[in-house]
Design a protein around this ligand. Structure first.
Ligand code: MOS
Length: 738
């Protein structure tokens, strides 16, 4: 089915099941520990061998000598696979560096060997006996130092290296009020709970991997490419995932090394990336340096807006698209954005929750706060003053829906924004300085082709099958809700099977496109199944069109029959996918929100406590307010991490992230997170899909960190432009104590 005209009324609009705050249908399995994760597939391989990956001890250079003798002689060791013994490997489409390095080393902790043994402990002990001699070469590890050499990234129509509208320089020079500031965001790690993990099983030339991956079909393709196998010989199974945040969009070393290990020992092999390996072996969100220049009239209207961003990656890598939101968020006739990419020899940078917008808004939304202050204007009002209903780069192109202003006004009212101290540092409660901050939230809405199969059995039970993943987001539940609504059955009569490359190819979970796109795929398959049911029930085309599916029954044209009857003893199967025309080109599809934060900053220690948070989101139809809220509060939590804690510390001499575990890489815990509220504006977006929904899982993080930083400024009068806002950056500048 092709979606190329705006959605009209359809069965989803009944909202009997869709749109309800349904509990997650996978909840009982998750909470009772019976949802098996990749490393726990005891059911499919009773006696696997265990692989332990060795990561490179240098950032760049060559392996001079790899002495495996002692390790090979260690108890329980079955095989050691290295680049030398692995045979020729191909390069997957989605990886910048090789997943098995050597003799050339491209980054620190790049996998150079897997030791396979009878037990995990034996594999780990033997890995410690492997002797490696390196010939290190010098590399570039500092974005600040490499910035001067940075070049425009290769052209990408969606994210061009630079954009220009009007005459920025002229308009900026003449602007009544100007701001020119530079902000930095650090390297960040996804830090998901479940490590990357794989169980690999070969049957002849056929490989099955139980793994933890967001994008089954991408992974399948890259696994086949890397191992030089036909795609048909590779099966990827990933039904439960303990968090991804973009870190599991692509294959990592666990998959390749488990497959190579299993091949070498002729039996199933399990490999998990040990936690201290993840930060440097897997991908991370790259650090940025961002320069914002804003020129405005006295009344707050922006006349000139420029955003330049520098980031780094390995040779052949990509930039962090931190200017993405600045192209679309605020009006202004004269505009300039540019990205520059520096070659760094740090581990591979890549997507992390809301790549582009999340770090981009961390800079832009402080800049807006600073501009508001210069103008003596309320920061909510400044944003509303510069709202636009059309793409500021292409004024003929409207947004499909844009209710940014309503998000901000609703949020201001609900949060008690009028109680915000107008002068920084003026409100105290004992030793605590109190402040409020706001930021706009913005994230583009992407649509992706997505397929599904729906079966109806002779009991009237509906089975949904697609390779879509649930990375903790609630996909099982919203797909069940979609099928239940379409087929007129209760949620209990829907069974959802996900995360298996043997099933129809879906959109996968990424870029907050998964919810809208995968439900649209199920919608398409259900439309087909409804037609089949109508035919089986003897309805003519006209009656079929007006048929009502409810309570397991179909009624039309005076006829009434059950789904079970229509299915017959053999049952019925329909498969289809939703693909998209150019509605997303004609209309800019984005999601919007407002984040409001109250903080208390300790006057003596500079400790920041977030006290209250509110997000108001406009993201199309909310398919399940409960799981959507859960996505948003999770994202808000991650935003607090970005604001106050998260930073991969770079060793600029040896070229690696020093704090490579969850003790050193701090993320918020429950005690850090206060009362969080989420309001969804009641809206539907007919341009996005027949579901009229949009993404929301990434919108929730966008802008949060800036709202926190702005609140800290409001509390203390100290403006921190280098994230994270840690107390050492505050202390020296804190206001004198009365
Ligand atoms: Mo997302 S960063 O595309 O999982």
């Amino acid at each position: 089915m092709k979606f190329d005209t705006p959605a009209t009324t359809n069965p989803i609009d009944q909202l009997k099941v869709v749109g309800r705050p349904t509990d997650r249908i996978d909840g009982p399995r998750k909470t009772t520990g019976t949802a098996p994760y990749a490393y726990e597939r005891h059911d499919v391989a009773a006696q696997p061998a265990y692989g332990h990956i060795i990561g490179a001890g240098i950032a760049k250079g060559r392996i001079q000598r790899l002495d495996l003798k002692a390790a090979e002689a260690a108890p329980g060791v079955l095989a050691i696979v290295t680049a030398e013994t692995a045979g020729k490997l191909g390069q997957g489409k989605f990886n910048t560096a090789k997943l098995l390095g050597g003799p050339e080393i491209q980054h620190y902790h790049q996998a150079i060997a897997v030791v396979v043994a009878e037990t995990f402990e034996q594999a780990r002990a033997a890995a410690a006996l492997v002797q490696v001699e390196y010939a290190p070469s010098s590399g570039a590890f500092s974005l600040e130092k490499a910035k001067g050499e940075a070049k425009p990234p290769k052209d990408d129509p969606d994210n061009p290296p630079s954009t220009r509208v009007g005459d920025f320089d002229g308009a900026y020079a003449q602007a009544e009020v100007k701001l020119d500031q530079t902000y930095t965001t650090p390297d960040q790690s996804h830090a998901m709970m479940e490590p990357h993990a794989t169980l690999a099983v070969w049957e002849g030339e056929k490989l099955t991997v139980w793994t933890s991956n967001q994008m089954i079909d991408w992974g399948r393709g890259d696994l086949a490419k890397t191992l030089n196998l036909p795609k048909a010989n590779v099966r990827l199974i990933s039904p439960f995932i303990g968090g991804g945040f973009g870190g599991k969009l692509f294959l990592r070393a666990d998959v390749i090394m488990a497959a190579l290990g299993a091949k070498a020992v002729g039996r199933p092999v399990k490999v998990a990336l040990q936690r201290p390996l993840i930060m440097n072996n897997a991908t991370h969100r790259p650090a940025t340096i961002q320069r914002l220049r804003l020129g405005a009239q006295r009344d707050g209207k922006i006349t000139a807006i420029s955003h330049e961003s520098w980031s780094g990656d390995l040779p052949g890598g990509q930039p962090e698209t931190a200017v993405a939101q600045t192209r679309l968020l605020y009006a202004g006739a004269n505009r300039y954005t540019a990205m520059k990419l520096a070659v760094l020899d740090l581990p591979e940078g890549n997507a992390m929750r809301a790549p582009g917008e999340a770090p981009g808004l961390m800079a832009l939304e402080i800049a807006m706060d600073e501009l508001a202050e210069q103008l003596s204007m309320d920061p909510v009002q400044l944003r509303i003053t510069n709202d636009t209903q059309v793409d500021p780069e292409k004024p003929k192109r409207p947004f499909s829906q844009r209710r940014l202003a309503e998000c901000l006004t609703t949020g201001a009212e609900r949060f008690g924004w009028n109680r915000r101290p107008t002068r920084p540092g003026e409100r105290r409660e004992g030793a605590w300085l109190i402040g409020m901050g706001v930021a706009a939230a913005f994230r583009n809405n992407l649509v992706m082709k997505s397929g599904a199969r729906v079966r109806l059995d002779n009991q009237g039970v509906v089975y949904v099958e697609t390779d879509m993943t649930d990375i903790g987001t609630g996909t099982y539940t919203i797909l069940a809700q979609t099928a239940a609504e379409m087929m007129g059955v209760g949620l209990d009569e829907v069974v959802v099977r996900l995360g298996d490359s043997a099933l129809p190819v879906s959109a996968g979970s990424g870029g907050q496109w998964g919810g809208n796109s995968s439900t649209a795929g199920v919608y398409a398959a259900c439309v087909k199944l409804r037609e089949m049911v109508a035919r089986k029930g003897g309805l003519d085309a006209k009656a079929a069109e007006t048929a009502v599916f409810a309570d397991g029954q179909v009624s039309a044209g005076g006829k009434r029959f059950s789904l079970a009857e229509a299915a017959g003893p053999q049952g019925l199967v329909a498969e289809d996918h939703m693909e998209y025309g150019d509605l997303d080109k004609k209309y800019q599809q984005s999601t919007f929100g407002g984040h409001f934060v109250e903080v208390a900053v300790h006057a003596f220690t500079g400790e920041v406590r977030v006290r209250r948070m509110l997000a108001v989101c406009a993201a199309g139809r909310i398919l399940n307010p409960k799981s959507a809220r859960s996505q948003v509060i999770g994202a808000m939590t991650m935003g607090v991490g970005a604001a106050l804690m998260e930073e991969l510390a770079v060793d600029e001499h040896r070229g690696f992230f020093v704090n490579h575990d969850l003790a050193g890489y701090e993320v918020p815990v429950h005690a850090d997170i206060p009362h969080q509220e989420v309001i969804f504006l009641d809206e539907t977006d007919p341009m996005s899909s027949p579901m009229k929904a949009k993404g929301v899982g990434e919108l929730g993080i966008c802008g949060v960190a800036a709202a926190v930083a702005n609140a800290v400024y409001n509390a203390t009068g100290v403006r921190v432009r280098d994230y994270p806002v840690t107390l050492d950056k505050l202390l020296a500048k804190m206001p004198p104590l009365a």
